[in-house]
Design a protein around this ligand. Structure first.
Ligand code: PLP
Length: 414
C-alpha cells in the first residue's frame, strides 16, 4: 500500500529500472524516424524561404506545397494534403469520406464502430448532413478477439461491391486493443487479394511513428491523422493531414476547398515554419509520449489497476488506458493530470456534453494548444467501465510529473 508521496517516489525509482529496456527500444525507433524526417527535409532542400506565408486565396504557397511533399515522403505515400483548413482529425476523416463516396456507394468499417465523432458523419446517429442523408450506405464488421474477422470480411467483399473500407488503428473510446502494424499489413494483403479496387482508408490518429512502418508504406490507399497529435510534434497550432494515392488526394483537395481549385488554394497565414518544425520534432515527441505511456502502465498496474496495454506489451499507439470501474476515480485521475499540467493547472475539469460525443466526457488538457492530445492529456467518457484514455507528453519528464500528480490525487497522498 502506498500512503505517502515518499513511498510513491521509492516505488517509481524501482519501476524506472524495470522499464528501462523498453525505453531503449523506443529510442531506437525514434532514431529511425528522425532519419526518415531529416532525409526528407534534405531531399526537398528546405530553406528559410519555405517558411514564408500567403494570405487571401493562398495561391502559389511554395512552403505549403513542399511541406506536403515532405509529409508524403516521410509517410511513404504518393502524395499528401497538409492543411490548417482541416480543423481536426475528425474533419480530415470527414473530408476524405465525402471525397471518396458517392450516392449508393457502401462504406465498410472492419474495426467495429468507428470513432465517436464519426457517428453523425456517417449517419449511425441521425444527422441531416450525414453521408447517409446523401444515400451512402454503411456496414460494419466487428473485431473478434482483437483481430479482424477474416471470414466475414471475405464473405462481404465477395457478396457485393464495397467502395471504401475503413480501418481505425487506435481504439478511440472503445474497450478493444489498438491494431498493430503487423495486423494492418496482413489485412491489407488479404483485402487486395479479394478486391484490388476497394479503397482502403486508415484512421491513423495517435499511431504515426509508433511503429517501423506507416500503413501507406504497406499498401493502404489513403490515411488520415491530426496535427495536434503525433505528426504536429506539439508545435503545429492546428490542422490535419491526408496522405495516399495521388488521385485520391486530388479528390480530397477538391472536397476540402472546391472543385476546380483543389489544392491550389489555402492560405498558410504564417504557420508554415511551425508545421515544418512540428514534423521535425515529431519523432522525439512521439518517443516521449510512448515513454510516458509505458511509465503510466507500469505504475498504475503496480498500484492494482487494470491497464491496457501492459507496460511491456508491443504498442500500436501512444494511448495508455486505465480501467477504473467507477466514475469517481476516473474523474479524480483526470483532474490530477490537469493539476500536473503547465497551462490551466488551477482549473478543475468536470464531465460535460461535448459536441459530437454521445456520453458526457471528462477532458484534462492543460496544453499550450487547445485540445492538443500529443501534450499530456487524459480523457474518458463517463460510461462503464470508466476507462481513462491518457496520451501525450511533450517530454518524458513533464509527462512523468503529470502522472505523479494524478496518482497523488487518486490516492489522496499527503
Ligand atoms: C483523435 C482521434 C480522431 C480525431 O479526433 P479529433 O479530435 O477530431 O482530431 C479520430 N480517430 C481516432 C481513433 C482518434 O484517436
Amino acid at each position: 500500500m502506498i500512503e505517502t508521496k515518499e513511498q510513491l517516489q521509492d516505488l517509481i525509482q524501482k519501476l524506472e529500472e524495470k522499464i528501462s529496456p523498453i525505453f531503449l527500444e523506443i529510442e531506437k525507433q525514434c532514431r529511425k524516424n528522425s532519419e526518415k524526417v531529416l532525409s526528407a527535409f534534405q531531399k526537398h532542400k528546405i530553406t528559410e524561404a519555405h517558411f514564408g506565408s500567403t494570405s487571401g486565396y493562398g495561391y502559389s504557397d511554395f512552403g505549403r506545397d513542399t511541406l506536403e511533399k515532405v509529409f508524403a515522403e516521410v509517410l511513404g505515400a504518393e502524395d499528401a494534403l497538409v492543411r490548417a483548413q482541416m480543423i481536426s482529425g475528425s474533419h480530415a476523416l470527414t473530408v476524405t469520406l465525402f471525397a471518396l463516396l458517392r450516392p449508393d456507394d457502401t462504406l465498410l468499417s472492419i474495426t467495429g464502430k468507428p470513432y465517436d465523432t464519426l457517428e453523425e458523419v456517417i449517419g449511425i446517429t441521425e444527422n441531416k448532413s450525414s453521408l447517409r442523408s446523401f444515400g451512402v450506405h454503411y456496414e460494419q464488421i466487428d473485431l473478434v478477439n482483437n483481430d479482424f474477422d477474416y471470414d466475414k470480411i471475405e464473405k462481404v467483399l465477395k457478396g457485393k461491391k464495397i467502395k471504401v473500407i475503413e480501418i481505425q488503428r487506435s481504439k478511440g473510446y472503445s474497450t478493444r486493443k489498438s491494431i498493430t502494424i503487423n495486423q494492418i499489413e496482413k489485412i491489407i494483403k488479404f483485402i487486395k487479394n479479394i478486391d484490388s479496387n476497394v479503397i482502403i482508408m486508415v484512421d491513423n490518429c495517435y499511431c504515426e511513428m509508433v511503429s517501423e512502418k506507416e500503413p501507406t508504406e504497406l499498401g493502404a490507399d489513403i490515411m488520415v491523422g491530426s496535427l495536434i497529435k503525433n505528426l504536429g510534434g506539439g508545435i503545429a497550432p492546428n490542422g490535419a493531414y491526408i496522405a495516399g494515392k495521388k488521385e485520391l488526394i486530388e479528390l480530397c483537395a477538391e472536397r476540402l476547398t472546391l472543385p476546380g481549385e483543389g489544392r491550389e488554394v489555402g492560405p498558410t497565414l504564417g504557420i508554415n515554419k511551425s508545421l515544418y518544425q512540428g514534423l521535425f520534432f515529431a519523432p522525439s515527441v512521439v518517443a516521449s509520449s510512448l515513454k510516458t505511456a509505458v511509465f503510466t502502465s507500469a505504475l498504475l498496474e503496480e498500484l492494482g489497476y487494470q491497464v491496457e496495454p501492459k507496460w511491456n506489451d508491443a504498442r500500436a499507439d501512444v494511448v495508455a488506458n486505465i480501467v477504473f470501474n467507477n466514475a469517481e476515480d476516473l474523474i479524480k485521475y483526470c483532474q490530477g493530470i490537469q493539476i500536473g499540467s503547465p497551462i490551466d493547472s488551477n482549473a478543475i475539469p468536470e464531465p460535460w456534453d461535448m459536441p459530437g460525443y454521445q456520453d458526457k466526457v471528462i477532458m484534462a488538457a492543460g496544453a499550450f494548444t487547445q485540445g492538443s492530445s500529443i501534450e499530456l492529456s487524459c480523457d474518458g467518457p463517463i460510461r462503464e467501465p470508466f476507462i481513462a484514455y491518457q496520451q501525450g507528453g511533450l517530454t518524458y519528464e513533464y509527462g512523468k510529473l503529470g502522472v505523479i500528480k494524478a496518482v497523488e490525487r487518486l490516492l489522496n497522498l499527503k
